[in-house]
Design a protein around this ligand. Sequence first.
Ligand code: URP
Ligand code: ZN
Ligand code: ZN
Length: 465
Amino acid sequence: MSSTSKDKRILIRGGRIVSSEGVFEGDLMIEGEKIVDTGVKLDGGADETIDASGHYVIPGGIDVHTHLDLPFGGTVSADDFYTGHVGAAWGGTTTHIDFAIQTPGQTLNQTVDQWHEKVGDKPVIDYGFHLAVTDFNEAVLKEIPGLLDRGISSLKVFMAYKGLFQVSDSDLYNTLRIARETGQLVMAHCENGDVIDELVKEAHANGHFEPKWHALTRPPEAEAEATGRFIAIAEMAGAPCYVVHLTNELALNQVRRARSRGLPAFAESCTQYLFKKYEDYELPDFEGAKVVMSPPIRSADNWPALWQGLADNTLQIISTDHCPFNFKGQKDLGREDFAKIPNGSPGMEERLMMMYHGGVNGGHYDVSRFVEITATNPAKLFGLYPRKGALLPGSDADVVLWDPKKERTFSGESTHANVDHTLYEGVTVRGVPVKVWRRGELLIGDGAFHGKRGTGQYLERSVAG
Ligand code: URP
Ligand code: ZN
Ligand code: ZN
């Protein structure tokens, strides 16, 4: 039977099969694009048998926060829907949700059309879109419910980037009111854009232009204030809310307080906020530009709180905010002024390995929680479960064979994203994906990429349960 056959049966035998509930030693059967069985000593005729002994078998990773092919900061993020997908696949991620961001004057439906055009014939992994609303008027608000018919069950607003993406509190409130009726989940970039704008002007007036001023003009308080405000506005609107890329303990405490009051407040952090530190902005030779992103990297004394938040479910998801810009030719745009450095960094390929190494090997959580924050919760909160994020009969056969003993050292040359650096240069992790299937098709195996351009599918998402 050929490897492209629609009903090929692949038996993954004798692995440690991981779900968010626990781990059991057993087998998993794939038929065509689906998982058809899991159990002990499965039989029933396979076309191919994979020996998984000594390995974990986990659901393909889901990254719910990416920006591929995004015009931003005077340039365009360096990965498109092919190169970004190749890097993601190498890292064991088989699904992502990208932000379709409205350009002022565009309708929301035009924005969705534009993002589908960007994807074109490129996709390798499966993908969906959140809709980031930036230009509000009556007609735009009326379009929101109809996005569900196009598979878009989450919206995003920016409370920062004044004069570009930032929305008013009334627009935020009105969006949440609509979402309360439709069931769409509203996500927010939480930073106080007005105060940040003043701090940037002050820094410039005082002759400060180096990369570290990006962080110094976006203090943790600006993030914590906006996080608290977002949650409070969501409470007044009677809607759930989701905080994106949370970076620090002050902001985390806002989410923890809300959840302890029983509010449906959810939050993600991103890999880099658990591994990079403020001092990286002060590296010589403009190296600090590599970590210019918003919100910025914080001091390392925030790391324990973030690990704790991931372990105790104050944070439900770890994503990447993958928005890569080349050091040479793109980050360079801000050599003379930190405010002109394109905001964003790569991370889709490294996410699972960094979060396994730091989280599981580091003793912060077990492998089930690792799967929960990287795949299961993303699927549940964003309307993909149990098709994605689970190894259940009927789920898509997005399966990763994970070698917990194998090591990999990251370098800008050896990572696969279309960008000239990694944030984790020289970092060695233990725990690596060795085979990756997306809907039963082998994307990664025997140290090679086998995926085919154009085979990734658009995911129509429903509202979360
Ligand atoms: O610096 C960042 N995070 N760039 C991407 C846009 C955003 O705010 O998520
Ligand atoms: Zn953001
Ligand atoms: Zn982002």
